[in-house]
Design a protein around this ligand. Sequence first.
Ligand code: MEV
Length: 423
Amino acid sequence: MSKIISGFSKLTKEEKIDWLAKTYFNNQPEIIQTLKQYWNVDNKLQQLHDDFIENTVSNFYMPYGIAPNFVINGHDYVIPMVVEESSVVAAASLVAKYWSTRGGFKAEVISTTKIGQVHFMYAGDKKDLETYFNQRKSELYTATASITKNMEKRGGGILDIQLVDKNDKLANYYQLHVTFETKDSMGANFINSCLEAMANQFRNDEIDIVMSILSNYVPECTVRAEVSCKVEDLGGKNPQKFAQKFEQAVKIAEIEPYRAVTHNKGIMNGIDAVVLATGNDFRAIEAGAHAYASKEGQYKSLTHCTVKDGVFKFWIEIPLALGTVGGLTSLHPMAKLSLDMMQKPSARDLMQIIATAGLAQNFAALRALTTKGIQHGHMKMHLQNILNQLGASIKEKEEITTYFENKTVSHSAVVDKFNEIRK
Ligand code: MEV
């Protein structure tokens, strides 16, 4: 029997759940129970979440953790993180504390402009198109006046519009390449609205508009975060050796794409967690970051390290198109709380905080990888997940956690210990 349904979005939430249970779960009552178990008891709050997307049937919990002790440009921060991976918040907290006694993190915004493009086809004479563009340019600005008015009051708006010839790559293909400043908003809606208004103004019988859309590649919206200290202040038994191996690990990620992808994935563990906690668009951030990592034609590390004249220096440079106003940032109560927790940052401040979270996460990963190995810490954090899977009681959890304090955690070792206790 076909499971295709028409008019699904028009059903009530209850009806949608009933249809789901009936069609895909043999009407098992547990399915309905599980979905409803995650509804918020506060109807108004649930309605808010229902309205974020279409066809909401429940909420999906992710842990919301906080990493204290971050010192960024001399200010203290506690950073909120939404992430499911056990070790991420622990690693961020450890590294924050570590660098808090070594001068903290220094961060600076390099640039904040964003790009949008009207893609179109034109088969006529290029000179005529150029003339038409130059004649129309001021009208393109005028066409967006009602949209840009408020943004201009905040110091943002359209910075530049260029006609770009892309015929060498695709026959008859041109663009209006538009540069924007969107201040504290991520600006996706603003940019797309401006582009569509421009496209409407620009089209004629010969100009065939294909699409108008912002670019998530934002190499001119970048931030740098850094830590540095004397090699001898790095601590541990042999700080020289540590610094050397750490630098080698970064250099490997600079030249070896297989390693670079995992290296950058670790950076994004920190970045995405704060991006999510602040209601920002993590897909946009991911896409932009990985494109930036490939900007020289080969995928490379987003962080860099030098050990020179007895000084260890480690930094990240990354594009981050973020908002602290608009979108979910004030609508989602937890996103708002996250921003309040970080003292209501501007988008520029948030760029610095989030780049720092990425750098800290990468420092933690490389420190573990080049010393004890990653599994030691990972499995320690994962222990509670294994115990939950096994259905261990609180007492059993305590006993097993104590037992593994000085031992290597593996799934089978935990199962063995669990069975031994149960016997
Ligand atoms: C795991 O989520 C992230 C790491 O693999 C990152 C890295 O290898 O640098 C530990």
